[in-house]
Design a binder for this molecule. Structure first.
Ligand SMILES: O=P(O)(O)OC[C@H]1O[C@H](OP(=O)(O)OP(=O)(O)O)[C@H](O)[C@@H]1O
Ligand SMILES: O=c1cc[nH]c(=O)[nH]1
Ligand SMILES: [Mg+2]
Length: 208
């Protein structure tokens, strides 16, 4: 059985997702919305992170706390995953960042790897693949293939909008990887774009 697909249906998050999709949303607002939604996905995806009880001294006494034990790695798929990684680093600054550069060939829609900044020795307990758009699933599958070739054992995928086609392909190739999403859309068009989606997530973040 495949790992779960979780869609965050909280109304405040869905409100922000609507703003993100809107055609009139300009890159600065688009980037801010990507950041908020990514942090929400991050919180949910790390719900099961290992932590030990701790105690902290307050001005009035001591309070129970906890210390996270796991080393996290963020794996942004360039370009569109960059905004997600930046937001997650704001939330959890001590994570490692392993950049992967992939783009889809316009004609074949096959992912082309042009950059790989995984360290020679991967030493995280949990790697989070970050890419706002899961369309055919080719890029996500390629990113996860690379991680597995480097013997990364625990992987989760965080995305904003997915097409059913991409989810099916990813679950078939990597049934052990859970997906955390903001929405599952209707279908892919003939150019491999998610409908209704939000357009090109890289172009909308970086004003290209
Ligand atoms: O599921 P897939 O069919 O592989 O499509 C999804 C990929 O397409 C987009 O990247 P794009 O190729 O546009 O590169 P960019 O982020 O540099 O614009 C997106 O950010 C994903 O990486
Ligand atoms: O709809 C899509 C599909 C792939 N990549 C995007 O940025 N948007
Ligand atoms: Mg793009």
């Amino acid at each position: 059985m495949a790992a779960p697909v979780l869609v965050l249906d909280h109304p405040l998050l869905q409100h922000h997702l609507g703003q993100l999709r809107a055609v009139q949303t300009e890159p600065p607002a688009f980037r801010a919305l990507v950041a908020i939604l990514s942090q929400a996905l991050f919180v949910e995806a790390t719900r099961d992170v290992r932590a030990v009880p701790a105690e902290v001294t307050t001005p009035l006494g001591t309070a129970p706390s906890c210390q996270v034990q796991e080393r996290l790695a963020f794996v942004p798929v360039l370009r569109a995953g960059l905004g997600m990684a930046e937001a997650l680093l704001d939330f959890w600054p001590k994570a490692s960042v392993w950049h992967l550069g992939l783009y889809r060939d316009h004609d074949t829609l096959q992912p082309i790897t042009y950059y790989n900044k995984l360290p020679p020795r991967v030493d995280a307990d949990l790697a989070l693949v970050l890419d706002p758009m899961l369309a055919t699933g080719g890029s996500a599958m390629a990113a996860i293939d690379i991680l597995k070739r480097h013997h990364v054992r625990r992987i989760k995928y965080l995305g904003l909008i997915a097409a059913p086609e991409g989810i099916r392909a990813l679950q078939k190739a990597h049934p052990d990887v859970p997906l955390y999403l903001m929405a599952i859309d209707d279908h892919l068009n003939e150019h491999g774009y998610i409908v209704p989606g939000l357009g090109d997530a890289g172009d909308r973040q970086f004003a290209t």
